[in-house]
Write a protein that binds this ligand. Sequence first.
Ligand SMILES: Cc1ncc(COP(=O)(O)O)c(C=O)c1O
Length: 413
Amino acid sequence: MANNEKVAVARLLEAADKFGTPLYVYNEAKIEAQCRRVTEQFHGLPVNWLYAIKANDNPFIMEIIQNQGIGFDTVSYEEVLLSNKFTTDPARIFYTENSMSDVEMDAAIDMGVVLNIGSLNRLERFFQHPKSTECCIRINPAIGDGHHARVNTGDPESKFGIRIGLIEDAVKMAEKYGKKITGIHAHIGSGIKEPENLIAAMKVMLELSQEFPHLEYINFGGGMPTPYRDSDQTWDMARFSELASPVLHRDLEKRPDDFQYFFEPGRWFVAEAGYLLTRVQTIKDQVETTYLGTDTGMHHLMRPIIYDSYHRVVNLNSYNEAADQLYTISGNICESGDILAFDRMMPEAKMGDILAICDAGAYGMTMASQYNRRALPAEVLLKTDGSMKLIRPALSPSETVRDFLDRCGYDKA
Ligand SMILES: Cc1ncc(COP(=O)(O)O)c(C=O)c1O
């Protein structure tokens, strides 16, 4: 085992020992490295990066990413409020609405965030608002991609974006109300498999942009993938920049001064930096399947059950031993679908061993729930200076129940 791997395993075991399990652990140095891998690209071009906080909105994680010069991309009014705690300039917050209410729209306009609107009826409501002046619109470019059909957002039939055939109506509507569409946006999906699809969607957007007389920026979305499996190809950001830069350089020649381009990945920044640590509580043979039952489950990491997602699982206590046993890793939720990993060859496990579910830094804790009324895990940051910081304590089981009853306003128990 390489020395740095030994150190990483020892730190994870130390975190589990100190803070208990289940536990989300994030590596600050890895997040910073992922930030640098984007900010170092696109030399000489006005390319900006936003962090889609839906991936992981722990404020300490948001702070690390913001300190690397990256703004925030939000998809709900609640995320806008959270991001607004980090900036004195709400115009740096990009808000992609999705079936937004009038109340949410009014509040976003009052706050002064950049509103990205994905339907004609919402656009009309926006233009009718006495205080609205300009906005971005989300376009469905009819090119989709993603690690699963449920996250393919650029498919022509997906619920997202204004379809290309309605763009003329959007532009006319802006004229009618004397307001401006200053930005256009598309996000084709999450976990893009083919960089060429993103480049193709970018070209569609650049072509469509000619229809907008007041354009100041284009946002090409996020979706850069994570190599969850050993066989997954790593997204080569430098290569992507090499392919996309000439396209943007050519485009920039026809643009006014101060024209800007944006990308807004989420998972890219945090997925590989996160682990969900869990303890083996049950070892059970069921005819052909040997289960390792854990103290976490689908309520803490939903990706396997909603997307059939694969996460590597490492037994930290026998990390270096031969992987000669076949295990299925199950959760502690009362659902037979609550399986975190099927059929994994691993070293022989013992009760109490600590398993690390890898690449769990994105869409892990943000999707977690208290299903079965179970407590949420704590979150810990492994800091670059070698220290560990508890960045969200867990409630104990009794605190979880008390908190629940209090929120229901039920004071008889
Ligand atoms: C509008 C929008 N932008 C960006 C993202 C980030 O996607 P990813 O985490 O795959 O980069 C998402 C995620 O679904 C999204 O809906």
